[in-house]
Design a protein around this ligand. Structure first.
Ligand code: GAR
Length: 218
């Protein structure tokens, strides 16, 4: 399955996909990494992995929609079957997203529908949550609101701060994203009018990443 990744920052989730591809653990072909930040470390990570890396500057476009159209046009040149938002920190124009329905996913650092948006780790700590986690979901025009595919949960420790919680979760995010993208590549996950299906059956809860890094129904 041909995959294009959008990223604004470090690119560790991209690296996890690249490692899975290289290890032969995933039926994906990473075709390009696109960024809205010319200095994103993710661009270097992609180039080091031999993947095309392109930055587009939002300031050079007259509107958000014009930038998003240019970004998705650039992605389309790589003929992706799936676009993965991996730390892509922009809200995308609803009409542009709608055209990719079922073919674009995002990884978000919370147990959605809890904590859409920013500062998810601090919000989980402030709420006194015992568990925190990450979600992979299909992207729809609603911010972090599209149908969830999979989640991973971790326990919050008494001495956690946002930084320790984020870094512990990030290691599990990498596994979650790689496992989820692989299931999509194997055509085991799809978005239908009724919701997300797994092996043809409607999912009533997101799949959960188990300790052995497999995604399971709950
Ligand atoms: C990840 O923690 C991802 O869940 C988060 O950004 C980080 C990117 O890390 N995404 C969002 O917050 C999206 N709203 P990375 O650049 O090292 O992959």
């Amino acid at each position: 399955m041909r995959v294009v990744v959008f990223a604004s920052g470090r690119g560790t989730n991209f690296a996890a996909l690249s490692d899975a591809q290289r290890a032969g653990k995933s039926r994906i072909e990473l075709c390009a990494l696109l960024s809205d930040k010319a200095d994103a470390r993710a661009l270097h990570v992609a180039r080091d992995a031999g993947v095309a890396a392109i930055a587009l500057d939002p300031k050079k476009y007259t509107s958000r929609a014009a930038f998003d159209r240019a970004l998705f046009d650039a992605a389309a040149e790589f003929r992706p079957e799936l676009i993965v938002l991996a730390g892509f920190m922009r809200v995308i124009d609803p009409d542009v997203v709608a055209a990719w329905r079922g073919r674009i996913i995002n990884i978000h650092p919370s147990l959605l529908p809890k904590y859409p948006g920013l500062h998810t780790h601090q919000r989980a700590l402030d709420a006194g949550d015992a568990m925190h986690g990450a979600s992979v979901h299909f992207v729809t025009p609603e911010l972090d609101g599209g149908p969830a595919i999979s989640q991973v949960a971790i326990g919050v420790k008494a001495n956690d701060d946002a930084r320790t919680l984020a870094s512990r979760l990030l290691l599990r995010e990498h596994r979650l994203l790689a496992a989820t993208v692989d299931l999509i590549a194997r055509k085991r996950i799809a978005l239908t009018d009724n919701g997300v299906t797994f092996d043809g059956n409607l999912l009533h809860h997101p799949l959960r990443l188990a300790d052995d890094d497999r995604l399971q129904e709950i």
